[in-house]
Write a protein that binds this ligand. Structure first.
Ligand SMILES: N[C@@H](CCC[C@H](NC(=O)CCC(=O)O)C(=O)O)C(=O)O
Length: 361
């Protein structure tokens, strides 16, 4: 199936309807490669399930526009559905908010902007939604550092309702396990209940003061939450083990090491098994390239509460911002959606910035 590139809504629905849960992005990556291949103005490169398309026009400046192809697991919310909203057509379904609207705008513009004023590297990558060790952009940068080198700005088309969201919060996921002694539940005094012991861990999670933290003029909002729990063997057995997964979202005033040290102190009675630790990124919107983008797009920048690869680009010394269609408040929700008017707004703003003289057809 070739992606329909003449109609934005049709393209969006086709991209959404190709299921691409993390580690299963090959089909969508193939379609992206086929859609951008064979155009005179683009060089197309591939690393695993990541696709890069770039102009080589010898412009004095190169920018990166990036987005991930993967989604969190489908929850009965595919294929896509459409409805009519006050502002026009709305597309519903897994990935519409996070972040196939952004991917669609990238495909739309990459095909059409054949003479941008800045050279553009379009990066479509895999495995963003899972552990940082699997992240496709991280792999691509490790394999081909030259594919991102020298960029003056990276725009991540994560959901932002077509406004700029600066920086990103860090994320740390860890397990805590409590251990008991199994016994018949009719003689519970012979055992020790690991699930009951977990109550103290949960209390500790709830007692943590999740503050608001201002960084570079944007107010971030931290969070500490138990997100998964398991334990118990059968309804008549005292459980001898219970495991909870905890997620700490930390503001960019802390390094990843500081976040780890804080959690280790806060849960000092237990052993933390760290599953994932991704650093935050400061907004840095006063960097000249970022400030120029803010001026071109307009609107009042907001903080990015989720983790995005803005953090990776920042650590590489490339200023980066989040800018894409859809409300981030709907990211990962079963009823996620994206208004087509957001796609139009993002495409128009990016075209203004990349090729002021270009008329989008
Ligand atoms: N390695 C991390 C990756 C998690 C990435 C994910 N990002 C978003 O959902 C961005 C959307 C937004 O907030 O606008 C996240 O923050 O969970 C991990 O495995 O946790």
């Amino acid at each position: 199936m070739a992606l329909p590139t003449d109609n934005l809504l049709a393209l969006f629905r086709a991209v959404v309807d190709i299921e691409s849960v993390s580690r299963d992005e090959a089909r969508l990556a193939d379609e992206v490669e086929a859609t951008l291949g064979g155009l005179d103005h683009l060089e197309v490169l591939r690393d695993g399930n990541a696709v890069v398309a770039r102009t080589n026009l010898g412009r004095p400046e190169r920018v990166i526009i990036a987005g991930h192809l993967d989604t969190v697991p489908v929850a009965g919310n595919l294929p896509s559905q459409v409805s009519d909203g006050p502002g026009g057509v709305i597309v519903h379904g897994r990935g519409t908010a996070d972040m196939k609207g952004g991917v669609t705008v990238m495909l739309w513009l990459a095909r059409r902007l054949d003479a941008p004023a800045r050279d553009v590297t379009w990066i479509f990558y895999d495995c963003e939604e899972i552990d940082v060790a699997s992240n496709g952009l991280g792999r691509l940068v490790a394999h081909h550092p030259d594919w991102v080198a020298g960029a003056s700005l990276a725009v991540l088309m994560e959901p932002t309702s077509a406004l700029i969201e600066g920086g990103c919060q860090g994320t740390m996921r860890f397990d805590i396990t409590t251990t008991g002694l199994a016994a018949h539940s009719a003689r519970s005094w012979l055992g020790h209940n690991a699930i009951h012991d977990m109550a103290e861990v949960i209390d500790r999670v709830r007692e943590f003061d999740c503050g608001e933290v201002e960084v570079d003029g944007l107010v971030f909002r931290e969070g500490l939450n138990a997100t998964m729990i398991q334990g118990g063997l059968a309804g008549n057995v005292i459980p001898d083990s219970c495991e909870v997964q905890i997620n700490y979202r930390f503001a960019p005033d802390k390094t990843a090491d500081e976040a780890l040290a804080l959690m280790t102190r806060w849960f000092d009675r237990w052993t933390l098994n760290v599953l994932d630790l991704s650093p935050a990124a400061r907004p840095g919107l006063d960097e000249p390239a970022a400030a120029d983008f803010v001026a071109a797009v307009g609107g009042e920048p907001r903080p990015k509460y989720g983790w995005t690869d803005v953090a990776r680009f920042s650590s590489l010394g490339i200023p980066a911002v989040n800018f894409g269609p859809a409300d981030s408040g709907k990211a990962h929700a079963v009823d996620e959606f994206c208004p087509v008017s957001d796609l139009d707004a993002c495409a128009a703003a990016l075209a203004r910035w990349l090729a002021p003289a270009h008329r989008l057809v």
